[in-house]
Write a protein that binds this ligand. Sequence first.
Ligand SMILES: NC(=O)c1ccc[n+]([C@@H]2O[C@H](COP(=O)([O-])OP(=O)(O)OC[C@H]3O[C@@H](n4cnc5c(N)ncnc54)[C@H](O)[C@@H]3O)[C@@H](O)[C@H]2O)c1
Length: 368
Amino acid sequence: MNKRSSIGLAVIGSGRIGSLRAQLAAGHPAVQFIAVSDLDPAKSGALAAKVGASVHGVDNQAIIAHPEVTAVIVSTSEGEHVEPILQALALGKPVLVEKPLALTMADADRVIQAIATSGVSVHVGYSRRYKERYLIAKEQIIKGRIGTMVGGAARVFNSRSQALAMLSRNRHATPVVDALTYYVDLMNWLHGAGCSVADNRLVEVYARGQKGVLKAAGYPEVDDVSYAILTYADGAVVNLGVSYALPEKYPALGHAARVEVLGTEGVMILDDDHTDQLMYSNIGIPHVYLPDHQVNMVFLQSGTPGDWALGEFWGPIANETRAWLDHLSMDKPCSLALPAEARINLEATLAIEHSIATGRPVSLPLAQ
Ligand SMILES: NC(=O)c1ccc[n+]([C@@H]2O[C@H](COP(=O)([O-])OP(=O)(O)OC[C@H]3O[C@@H](n4cnc5c(N)ncnc54)[C@H](O)[C@@H]3O)[C@@H](O)[C@H]2O)c1
């Protein structure tokens, strides 16, 4: 570990997650220069002032091409990831992009093709991997303590306020494509620790859904609840479920989840609902993700990216951002998702929605 390169960082998209990433990066010893952009100049200007960025503006291409910039974080909204990635790759600059990689297979393939042409690295921020309970679960599988993974389950709940915030950015960023994708990734990643690449292929998806309040709110194609069964090439079966239609003041400030992993020699039950960390306040509690949203009761630590405490940000996004910056500056291995894995996650979530729409099982890979 002799390498200690400095990093000049561009952050494209100065919203909630881009701002967090930029603040975290500003505290990393390798980061010597920061430039930020956003479609909205007020947002990039405010973020630049907060993190001491040297350059800010609305022109992504100019920010990415700045001679001091050596690496790029793409934190734009879900439908706006692809162009800044392609711009960075064309200039030979490595990228960390938020999930999902893209919203269509054609766009995901444009990115994969550009990576093959440029030989430049891209990592995708599936930050559940950097929540400690899941990192530790992965370690148990690597150590062989549950034997061969034969199946599992993962279910994630969230309030309808967050579903509506996601859908208002892009109506294709559905709870399945934008949120359940984390648990598709998590299960693929956990399963992959104990089997060969060939055995870890997803071969079939079967799913059912039901509509209700999200349809009534103007998204007729979006289910309130979706359940899927995924089958791997080695026969392992995984049950995934999502509902992002819980009442708007449900106390989770992000993912409330439960993950179960079943092996031939053991089982892991990972309770991630946060119902053990309850706070009720007459004063009201600001929502980490929706700044204009106040609640009286929260499950503490349920914010998906993590939490601010004592002037520092703690949690998955902090761990993940540091791991990527350490990887770039010191060649340290990192566990962020690779674009090929993110493409599989996108394919599986689109297949879940297709299975719900048609009522039929869907074989993977999807026909091109
Ligand atoms: N890993 C996590 O915990 C986590 C949590 C929430 C969101 N996310 C992901 O992060 C991404 C951003 O989500 P967010 O919550 O920060 O959204 P946001 O709406 O707060 O921020 C997105 C920003 O991108 C800007 N933008 C949109 N298109 C742009 C373009 N072409 N060029 C420049 N700027 C552009 C918008 O103006 C906005 O400021 C999404 O992909 C989302 O899925 C990850």
